[in-house]
Design a protein around this ligand. Structure first.
Ligand SMILES: Cc1ncc(COP(=O)(O)O)c(C=O)c1O
Length: 412
């Protein structure tokens, strides 16, 4: 039986998480399905930022490092992220970008496993992950290798020379989840360290880094964590490695005593050593504030809603988009799918542009992926219905086939 809009409204009415949506500022007449790229703005953050800029910066000036606690903002923020990823607060820090943290932690991993000389990553990884891994291998004179991310191929590729295996937990194109425990255990059995990029997981999926025995991880602050454009990223180093983990960006914020102004570098005890220089304080404080959204919210409930949203999306797509050249590019099994549904279509870019003109914001990833992020904190079931229905209409009418939708913008 066809799923009706009314049935989706009823799902929203019954949704125990529905009220969380009001805690975000979302523009009227927009369906926002790009929280996997840039999370929405939590309603309380602008007031906090007005205070940060007007009072802490404007009046407190340099005193705010101590008086407003700026100096501990990274630690406070990390302590809020730690429970979201199943880690201890002493294993997480917030600094720099995901790319920079990858660089730091990949070098640290190669040094931790210094008898080995292969840096192994996956095909189809997010470009920055591949590029940084290539840069690290080049810098250290190590061998860069790539393997298809299915468990069988990964198991085959692990070997006595592999120092670290670096993968994304959720594939940014398809949303496929790579089994963290299995792959981490396989890496360990082969004597390698395991680094996960959690950019498309943190804040949307339940994660248990400590229980899974993960060695290192990085992730974005501006996607499901809603920290704002260019928000600082997080980095995780398992407690057991902290003493020996040495990264190459030995800036003063990672020093044991930054304000001793010593002549020589000595790493801080613990996770603070992963810091480098002065944090981008406005962005860091915005992220810290945004994370309050998660206070008291069950990740299990969030994940359940995200899976239900995805199942609904795929169910309506199967029922209504047949014969229109669209294929579901995400796993159909909810447990294997992150918080997004991707479709593929040869004219994906133009279709996304036409959707945006209709007030529905998803994004396009070359060569043919239409990506719809289903951030469970604020996406409604009825949004999913309206989106799939509009995709069908745009395809049936050929509305997408106009020069204004076909010419590519710089950011897709
Ligand atoms: C898996 C993954 N890693 C990293 C990034 C971005 O890294 P950065 O914030 O350094 O640009 C993204 C951005 O979409 C991503 O999807």
């Amino acid at each position: 039986m066809a799923i009706t809009r009314q049935a989706c409204v009823a799902l929203d009415d019954a949704d125990a998480l529905a009220a969380l949506r009001d805690r975000f500022i979302l523009p009227d007449n927009v369906i926002y399905l790009d929280g996997n790229s840039l999370g929405a703005l939590p309603r309380h953050v602008p007031a906090r930022m007005r205070d940060v800029v007007g009072t802490e910066w404007g009046i407190g000036l340099i005193r705010s490092w101590n008086d407003a606690g700026w100096i501990y903002a990274a630690r406070r923020t990390a302590a809020k992220i730690a429970p979201l990823i199943g880690a201890g607060a002493d294993e997480v820090t917030v600094a720099d970008s995901t790319s920079v943290n990858l660089f730091k932690l990949l070098v640290a991993a190669m040094r931790l496993n210094s008898g080995r000389d292969v840096l192994l990553t996956q095909t189809g990884n997010f470009p920055t992950d591949t590029y940084i891994a290539q840069g690290v291998a080049d810098l250290l004179g190590a061998e860069f290798r790539r393997v298809d991310p299915d468990v069988g191929s990964v198991l085959t590729a692990l070997g006595p020379r592999v120092a670290v295996l670096a993968m994304s937990h959720v594939d940014y194109r398809t949303g496929r989840i790579h089994p963290m425990r299995r792959i981490t255990a396989a890496a360990h059995a082969a004597g390698a360290l395991m680094l996960w990029d959690l950019s498309h997981s943190a804040g949307a999926l339940e994660l248990e880094l400590d229980e899974a025995g993960v060695d290192l991880a990085v992730g974005c602050g501006y996607k499901y964590l809603n920290g704002g454009p260019g928000a600082p990223a997080f980095a995780f180093v398992a407690r057991r490695h902290l003493d020996r983990a040495r990264h190459p960006l030995t800036g003063w914020f990672g020093h044991a005593e930054p304000f001793a102004f010593a002549d020589d570098y000595a790493p801080a005890q613990g996770i603070d050593r992963v810091q480098c220089g002065t944090p981008a304080m406005l962005s860091l404080l915005a992220l810290e504030s945004a994370l309050e959204i998660f206070d008291g919210v069950s990740l299990t409930a969030l994940r359940a809603k995200s899976m239900a949203l995805g199942n609904l999306f795929i169910g309506i797509a199967d029922a209504t988009l047949e014969g229109l050249g669209v294929a579901v590019a995400s796993p159909r099994e909810a447990s294997a799918r992150g918080s997004q549904v991707s479709l593929s279509h040869a004219n994906g870019y133009a279709i996304i542009q036409a959707l945006i003109a209709n007030g529905i914001i998803g994004d396009f990833r070359a060569p043919d992926i239409l990506r719809f992020g289903l951030a469970p904190l604020y996406v409604r079931f009825v949004d999913v219905f309206d989106t799939v229905e509009t995709i069908g209409r745009i395809l049936r009418t050929g509305e997408w086939n106009q020069p204004k939708f076909l010419s590519r913008k710089t950011v897709t």
